[in-house]
Ligand binder design. Structure first.
Ligand code: SAM
Length: 248
């Protein structure tokens, strides 16, 4: 039966595509993508010749209606984005929403997602987390957003551009304090993958030492607020931990 398949693609390492993803891309009538030229590279790598179709964000509503029409006519369609899981800070929401309203089956395949990959290696609590996508680009809006998250107890996960990372870390320090633990996960699954964990104040210094440390694709994670944790500077916390260890 006709269905819309949500197909995650690699976030850097081409070996990360699943067998089921490849079979689905091969089998469907059409692949709806963010950027046809970008997806063409992936498809040619796997020798898949399924036709593609651009789903631009600014006219996604209209394009979504056209695709729903095709689905209702019995065609199967796969949705991919440039990298990772479609709809996660990527287009596809209107399409999925239209499909569900029209009674078209939506089948999501599990697969690569930068946020989940970063979180699983960060060493921060993962039992609860809040994915916040990209922070607003403007200073004031970004500060307001961070203010609203200051007392959030869950681990925070952001997508961040290399150009803004330093400014964002500065903003985090001003709102949440320099003791708040940050993890910067860069270039995941690629040659220069690195995952670095430091209190915000030390992270800023570390990033400033070398431009390469903020290059590439970045997931920024912020430890959740702990009522007893953030009030004290890192030094005091270390002393406290030492004292605790000495107590009977
Ligand atoms: N849909 C994608 C996903 O499932 O991860 C995310 C798309 S979003 C437009 C792109 C952002 O994801 C990048 O700016 C970066 O913050 C993050 N990202 C994507 N690939 C990454 C990688 N290999 N390493 C670190 N972050 C990555």
């Amino acid at each position: 039966a006709a269905a819309l398949y949500i197909v995650p693609t690699p976030i850097g390492n081409l070996n990360d595509i699943s067998q089921r993803a490849l079979e689905t891309l091969q089998r469907v009538d059409l692949i709806a993508c963010e950027d046809t030229r970008h997806t063409a590279k992936l498809l040619s790598h796997y020798q898949i010749s399924t036709p593609t179709w651009a789903l631009h964000d600014h006219n996604e509503q209209h394009k979504a209606e056209q695709l729903v029409g095709r689905l209702l006519n019995g065609q199967s369609i796969a949705l991919v984005s440039d990298a990772g899981t479609p709809l996660i800070s990527d287009p596809g929401y209107h399409l999925v929403n239209h499909c569900r309203e029209a009674g078209v089956q939506v089948i999501a395949l599990p697969g690569p997602c930068a946020a989940i990959t970063a979180l699983s290696a960060a060493g921060l609590p993962t039992d609860r987390f809040a994915f916040e996508g990209f922070l607003p680009a403007k200073d004031k809006a970004r500060l307001d957003k961070l203010e609203s998250l200051r007392d959030e107890g869950r681990t925070l996960v952001f997508y961040e551009s290399p150009r803004r990372l330093l400014d964002t870390v500065e903003a985090i320090i001003s709102v949440m304090g320099e003791a708040r633990r940050l993890v910067v996960a860069r270039e995941l699954t690629k040659t220069f993958e690195s995952i670095h964990s430091l209190p915000a104040g030390e992270m800023l210094a570390w990033l400033r030492q070398d431009d390469n440390r903020s290059r590439g694709e970045i997931v920024l994670m912020v430890a959740g607020h702990r009522p007893d944790g953030d009030a004290l500077p890192a030094e005091a916390l270390r002393t406290l931990a030492l004292l605790r260890a000495e107590l009977p």
